[in-house]
Design a protein around this ligand. Structure first.
Ligand SMILES: CC(C)(COP(=O)(O)OP(=O)(O)OC[C@H]1O[C@@H](n2cnc3c(N)ncnc32)[C@H](O)[C@@H]1OP(=O)(O)O)[C@@H](O)C(=O)NCCC(=O)NCCS
Length: 181
């Protein structure tokens, strides 16, 4: 059965192997990947990422939700989300969202993150949802703050990816904070 979540204007659903072409497009777009801390640097890594998404969707004790973001009317691929439950601390999950540039600045990431928070705190009864972004990724930080996640700190220059040392801002929300909103 295909897992799906509806946002106001979009649907988030399990990837399938037909998404590989769109994933190749988005992963090779430097505008999109500039701040993204996922290793999608070559054909093998991109294919492996899609394959992992498909295999994980079939697991009975699923931890990773790597979902395609689609336009409901056309099925058009708008990007993808990650919602990853920590295997060692299963009351915590990390959320992330990557959109094609045509979809930026229209409030989509905000509605997607809100749907992921509802899924995490509502359906899964999680205790904590967190997200992280490159310290230069101001749009992403703004989305996280708009959705009510609290800034928790910055891990400074902890990893080298492509062209520079990455410093990462961490944001989180706890179940009580979600319920109080
Ligand atoms: C970051 C990203 C998810 C934001 O998606 P989006 O749909 O454009 O976000 P929204 O429209 O919901 O909200 C963006 C907000 O940031 C603001 N914003 C956009 N660019 C900005 C910038 N450079 N600096 C500060 N704020 C910015 C927008 O004005 C908007 O705020 P507002 O609603 O108060 O006007 C999207 O740009 C993206 O997919 N980027 C590439 C992948 C990526 O970096 N993902 C995040 C990985 S952690």
């Amino acid at each position: 059965m295909v897992f799906s979540l509806n946002t106001r204007r979009l649907v988030l659903e399990d990837m399938n192997d037909r998404d590989l072409a769109a994933m190749n497009g988005i992963a090779r777009d430097p505008r999109v990947m500039k701040y993204v801390l996922i290793w999608l640097e070559n054909d093998e890594q991109i294919a492996g990422f899609v394959q992992h998404a498909i295999e994980e969707a079939g697991q009975p004790d699923r931890h990773d939700y790597v979902l395609a973001i689609r336009e409901p009317a056309t099925g058009g691929f708008a990007g993808f989300v990650l919602f990853e439950i920590d295997p060692d601390e299963q009351t915590t999950a990390e959320a992330g969202c990557i959109l094609r540039p045509e979809y930026w600045k229209a409030g989509y990431a905000t509605e997607i993150l809100r749907a992921l928070l509802a899924f995490g705190f509502g359906t899964l009864s999680l205790h904590r949802v967190y997200a992280k972004c490159d310290q230069e990724n101001h749009a992403s930080a703004h989305v996280l703050e708009k959705c009510g996640l609290a800034y928790e700190g910055t891990l400074r220059e902890h990893v080298w990816l492509r062209d520079h040392w990455r410093s990462t801002r961490y944001y989180g929300m706890l179940a009580d904070e979600y319920r109080a909103r």
